[in-house]
Design a protein around this ligand. Structure first.
Ligand SMILES: [Zn+2]
Length: 286
C-alpha cells in the first residue's frame, strides 16, 4: 500500500515537471504606485523575465515562482509589457489622481533651515541606499503581514505643508500609540538605523529579492544594522519623531522599481516556498 502511494506521487510529480508553465499577473489593471505580482506555475526551472524592460527577480513559491515589481509613480503609458520566458503579457495601467491635503506642522519642518537641508538630502540618500541594498535571495518564507491599526493616511496623497513645501506621501500611516510595539512585517536583515530630520527614527529591513520595508517616526529602536530579524520580531516602539502631527507608524514598502502602496501590496497572494531546510523531501522507495 505504502509502495503504491509512493509510486503514484512520483508519477504525479514527473508529469508536473513536464506540464506547460502558466503565467498569471495580479492585478490585471494596475495604478501608478501599485505592486504587481507575477506568478509562474507548472515549472521547476527558475523563470527569466522582464517587466517594463527591467529584469524580474523570481523567488521560489508554492507551485512555482513569484516576482514583484513596482508600477512607477510617474508611469504615464496606458499599459506595461511583462515578458516571462516565451510568454508576453500586457497589463493595463489606469491613471489616478492622488488626493491633495494641507498639513500644518512646526515651521522648521515645513520650511527647513538651510543647515538642515543638507541633512535631509543625506537622510534621503541613506534611506534609498538601505532599501536598495537588497541583492540577496529571499530571506522570508511566509506571506507579508500587515501591521495592525487603523489607516490614518494613504499612500500617494499630495501634502502641502503650511502653504509652502509640497511632497507626495510614499507610505501608509497606521495609528499607533506612543510607545507601542512595532514588529517586522517579515523576516530580513536590518540595513538602516538612523535618526533623520523628517522621518525621525528610522529602521529599514531588506527582505531579499529587491523587497524592503521602512518604519518611520519611531520613539525607540531595538535593533542594529546588520541584525537578522524574524517575522513579528519587535524592532522598536511607535512615536512621533520627525515631521508628524501625532504618534503613528509610517510604513514604507519598496519592491524592484520603487516605493509602492503597502495597502495593495498586503492584499497580493505572495506565497513564498518554505526554505529548503524546512521542506519535506520525498525519496523514492527502495
Ligand atoms: Zn506617513
Amino acid at each position: 500500500m505504502t509502495r503504491l502511494a509512493f509510486a503514484c506521487l512520483l508519477c504525479f510529480s514527473s508529469t508536473a515537471a513536464f506540464a506547460e508553465s502558466r503565467v498569471t499577473i495580479q492585478p490585471k489593471t494596475a495604478r501608478p504606485g501599485d505592486a504587481v505580482l507575477v506568478v509562474v506555475t507548472g515549472t521547476n526551472e527558475l523563470p527569466h523575465g522582464r517587466a517594463d524592460g527591467k529584469p524580474l527577480h523570481f523567488f521560489r513559491a508554492k507551485n512555482g515562482y513569484q516576482a514583484l515589481f513596482a508600477v512607477p509613480l510617474n508611469e504615464d503609458s496606458a499599459s506595461l509589457v511583462v515578458q516571462v520566458d516565451g510568454t508576453k503579457r500586457r497589463i493595463a495601467v489606469r491613471a489616478v489622481d492622488f488626493p491633495e491635503t494641507d498639513v500644518v506642522v512646526e515651521d522648521e519642518y515645513a520650511n527647513p533651515p538651510p543647515a538642515e537641508r543638507a541633512r535631509i538630502d543625506e537622510d534621503n540618500k541613506a534611506i534609498l541606499a538601505a532599501v536598495g541594498k537588497d541583492d540577496t535571495g529571499p530571506q522570508f518564507s511566509r506571506a507579508f503581514k500587515r501591521p495592525r491599526g487603523e489607516v490614518t493616511s494613504k499612500f500617494g496623497e499630495w501634502r502641502t505643508f503650511n502653504d509652502g513645501h509640497r511632497s507626495q506621501h510614499l507610505g501608509l500611516d497606521v495609528f499607533a500609540r506612543e510607545g507601542s510595539r512595532v514588529a517586522a512585517v517579515n523576516a530580513g536583515t536590518v540595513t538602516l538605523v538612523r535618526d533623520t530630520f523628517l522621518a525621525g527614527n528610522v529602521v529599514v529591513i531588506a527582505h531579499g529579492n529587491g523587497i524592503a520595508t521602512g518604519y518611520f517616526h519611531l520613539s525607540e529602536i531595538d535593533v542594529q544594522e546588520g541584525d537578522s530579524v524574524a517575522q513579528g520580531q519587535v524592532i522598536g516602539r511607535a512615536g512621533q519623531t520627525g515631521r508628524t502631527t501625532g504618534p503613528h507608524l509610517h510604513l514604507a514598502v519598496r519592491v524592484p522599481g520603487g516605493f509602492i502602496d503597502p495597502a495593495t501590496f498586503f492584499r497580493l497572494p505572495i506565497a513564498p516556498a518554505a526554505p529548503a531546510y524546512a521542506r519535506r523531501t520525498l525519496r523514492p522507495a527502495r
